[in-house]
Design a protein around this ligand. Sequence first.
Ligand SMILES: [Fe+2]
Ligand SMILES: [Fe+2]
Length: 169
Amino acid sequence: MQSEPAIFDRVEMCLVGHPAIDDAHREFDLLLQSMVAAEEAGLGAALDAMLNHAEAHFALEEELMARHDFPARECHAAEHGRVLASIREVSALLREGDADVVRELAQALADWFPGHSDYMDASVANWITKKTAGGAPIVLRRPAARLAPTAQHPTTERLDCVTVALESP
Ligand SMILES: [Fe+2]
Ligand SMILES: [Fe+2]
């Protein structure tokens, strides 16, 4: 039976070929590691850092989608909004003394991110690259980090938006 790769092996699979989005994805991964590694006294700072990052990360992608007239941007932005709402909700729970919920959020974000990146963010990168350069982006990944479909992320169960069909260049 093929074992699931460790959470942080997945960052290579979350690169989509758009430099600014990929920078955001690397930062997301680092902040997620910080959330997981944080001692209880540091959870608030780690969570605040993730919230600040997520606001900027999602705003970047939403600005790119608007600027390049990406068709499925409302659906994509709605998913961003749900994630931000969850992070803010966990911030409120942490202030009430519930530290475990931050650990649960970190795992939920780790479970959510590869599918979101591979489907929604990669579609944006493809769209922009096709509009600006006439082709799809090429992403080079280390083979060891290849992500197989898992029980949490079967490739057919993470889609809740209409697929953006790209014409051949
Ligand atoms: Fe992203
Ligand atoms: Fe996104």
